[in-house]
Design a binder for this molecule. Structure first.
Ligand SMILES: Cc1cc2nc3c(=O)[nH]c(=O)nc-3n(C[C@H](O)[C@H](O)[C@H](O)COP(=O)(O)O)c2cc1C
Length: 219
């Protein structure tokens, strides 16, 4: 698979995990792809905690279910009806969680490039995740990014040291297929914006100029 094929085929997976557990050699290839990402000041501020204990997966899934309920209850009726059928995690069915953390102290006090834009630390971790996600797609492995959690719960569950941020819980596992259309589009939550709305030339163009196609959802 070339890189464009992987970019286009990549999907956030919730429902399509096959129930098998990823083998360790494949998992390590994905983690090597993640660990090869660019990072601000070459700090490599990420760590990856591989979680395969059924009890831990089940405990985390219960916590996520609570966060899902809280979100559903915060929605106006029409959005809640759209949200209700959408699955937001495949924690147990994937068989493997990869918790990705960010360590702001990695690299010491003088981080080349982060002195002006502090977010570049977190952004570096996001690039590692995207590397893993694309490599997984090329390997026929699905990934689902779960952010319906409270950091302190994950910190406690998998022993993340103080001072590190929990950036993501990734569900990683073999899949039966990858959907062609993202779930949030298929279930009417929000469509992908046209590229022409996202591309600006010379200066940021107002919505009046680029159109309103990206305003499909109310929030
Ligand atoms: C930072 C981030 C957090 C996300 N958190 C969740 C989540 O908690 N639950 C979920 O079902 N999907 C989550 N997703 C997946 C998005 O919903 C998904 O990427 C988006 O709908 C586009 O679909 P696609 O990835 O299949 O193209 C997250 C994605 C990102 C990048």
């Amino acid at each position: 698979m070339d890189v464009f094929d992987a970019i286009m085929a990549r999907r956030d997976v919730r429902n399509e995990f096959s129930g098998e557990v990823i083998d360790d050699a494949t998992l390590m290839r994905l983690l090597r792809a993640a660990h090869s990402a660019p990072s601000v000041g070459n700090t490599q501020p990420w760590d990856f905690i591989v979680v395969q204990d059924r009890g831990t997966l089940s405990e985390f899934a219960e916590h996520v279910a609570t966060c899902r309920t809280d979100f559903a209850e915060s929605l106006p009726d029409d959005r809640r009806d759209t949200f209700n059928p959408i699955v937001v995690q495949g924690i147990e069915s994937s068989g493997t969680g990869v918790v990705v953390t960010y360590d702001p102290s990695r690299g010491g006090p003088h981080i080349l490039g982060r002195h002006t834009v502090d977010e570049t630390g977190h952004l570096s971790v996001a690039l590692a995740i995207q590397n893993l996600w694309l490599a997984a797609t090329a390997e026929g492995i699905g990934v689902g990014w779960v952010s319906f959690y409270h950091q302190d719960v994950v910190r406690e569950l998998v022993g993340v040291p103080d001072g590190l941020d929990v950036v993501a819980w990734l569900c990683v596992g073999p899949v039966t297929e990858l959907q062609r259309v993202p779930d949030l589009e298929r279930f009417g939550w929000r469509d992908r914006r046209p590229l022409s709305d996202a591309v600006h030339r010379e200066r940021f163009a107002s919505l009046d100029v680029v159109g309103h196609a990206n305003q499909a959802g109310p929030n």
